[in-house]
Design a protein around this ligand. Sequence first.
Ligand code: GDP
Ligand code: MG
Length: 166
Amino acid sequence: RCGYVAIVGRPNVGKSTLLNKILGQKISITCRKPQTTRHQIIGVKTEGDVQAVYVDTPGLHLNKEKALNRFMNKAASSALEGVDVVVFIIDRTAWTEEEDFVLDKIKRSGIPTILAINKVDWLEDKESLLPFMQEISQKHDFVEMIPISAKTGRQVDVLEEKVESF
Ligand code: GDP
Ligand code: MG
């Protein structure tokens, strides 16, 4: 069994950190500075007879004026071609217009999408998580919403299991 997984989200939400955590190695560049992942980074995880191909994408950018942004948007969009499942990753409960922009691209692709609410280790107001998730589920049609910490690895196994069931 094998499948393709795209990790998608705006810059700095933790896409590369998640890929590194899943693969157990620093395959993808992570940095505080946005735009450090300029190309697609692909990691193959093999466990028994299951092979999952994870694609870390450059963040999608709202500002299309800059040539580099346009280039990265193209790379991120083409990363969705032929993918079985998308992990749409956000930074805690911060849902900005960039999230709407990225999610619009995902919805056009029609690929089943899991929402990963990342950096929960850093969430000051943990009580806000449940109402936030309720609100999101009323607006959008994710197959699952999973709070995770790509950094500490919390619930990353739950995410992997869900992802690899596709
Ligand atoms: P990307 O642009 O989406 O690939 O984001 P990165 O993986 O490069 O991460 C951006 C920043 O967020 C880095 O400083 C990471 O260390 C930090 N980060 C990523 N995931 C987590 C997390 O789960 N918890 C915390 N506290 N920081 C995180
Ligand atoms: Mg990155």
